[in-house]
Design a protein around this ligand. Sequence first.
Ligand code: NAP
Length: 250
Amino acid sequence: MSIDPRSYEYPDDILKNRIVLITGSSDGIGKALALHAAGLGAQVILHGRSVPKLEKVYDAIEEIDGAPTPSIAVVDLESANAESYMTLAQSIESEFGRLDGLVHNASILGERYSIEQYDAVLWQKVMHVNVTATFALTQVFLPLLHKSDDPSVIFTSSGVGRTGKSFWGAYAVSKFATEGFSQVLADEHRHSKLRSNCINPGATRTNMRLAAYPAEDRDLLKRPEDILAPYVYLLGPDSKGITGESFDAQ
Ligand code: NAP
C-alpha cells in the first residue's frame, strides 16, 4: 500500500541518528522543520544568514527534551563563493563525517512584476539564491551524502513552479528549475541509495507568504508546523526507493 506523505504517521524517534542540514532554518518553514526534526532525534545543522536568528532556533532546540544539540552554519547564499561552500562541507565532514538529509528550503520571492517590467538585476539575484546556490550546495555535499546509508535530498518547489502564472517572474521560473533540478539529480542517482524529491509546501503562514499576499487573512493559512509530515517521510527510512517525485504538503 502506498503512503500519502501528507497523512504520514511516525514514531517520535524516526529521525534518530540522522544528520540533517536545512537551509533557511532561521525562519518560516525551515525553522519549524528544524525544531520538529530535532524533536524526532535528528542532529540538525541550522543554516541561514543571520546569526541572532539562528541562535534563537538553536536555543529553542536546546529546550526540547532529548533533542541532540544542533550546529549552526552561517552562509549568505547571495554572496557565498566556492571557498565558503567548501569550508562549510569540510567543517561538517570533520564534525559528523557524513550527511543523511539535505533540505533545500531557503529562497527569496523577489518582486511581483510582469516579465516586461522585471528588473534584470533582481532577476539574477532570485535565480542565484534559489537555483545557483542550491546547485553549489548540492555539489559540495554530494560526497558527504554518499557516505550515508540512506541519503535524502529535498527540494522546495511551489505551485507556480508547476504552472506559470502572471507576475510571479523569476520566483516562478526558479521553482520550475528546482523541479527540474530534483529530477536530474534523481535520474543521475537511480542506481545509488540517494533519493531526490520535491515538496510544494502550499500556502503557509510565513513572512514570504505575507510579502506575496499582504491583504489576505493569515489566520486562514496553515502554520509551518502543520505541513511537516511529508518532510519527515522523505527524510526518514520509510521513503527508501522513492525518488524523482514531487509532493504537495497540503
Ligand atoms: P521565509 O519565511 O521567508 O524563510 C526563508 C528562509 O530562507 C529564511 O530562513 C531566510 O533567512 C532564508 N534565506 C533567504 N535568503 C537567504 C540567503 N541569501 N542566504 C541564506 N538564507 C536565506 O519563507 P518560507 O515561506 O518559510 O519559505 C520556505 C520555502 O518554501 C521557500 O523555498 C519558498 O519558496 C517555499 N514556499 C513557501 C510557500 C509559503 O506559502 N510560505 C509556498 C510555496 C513555497 P532570514 O531569516 O535571514 O531571512
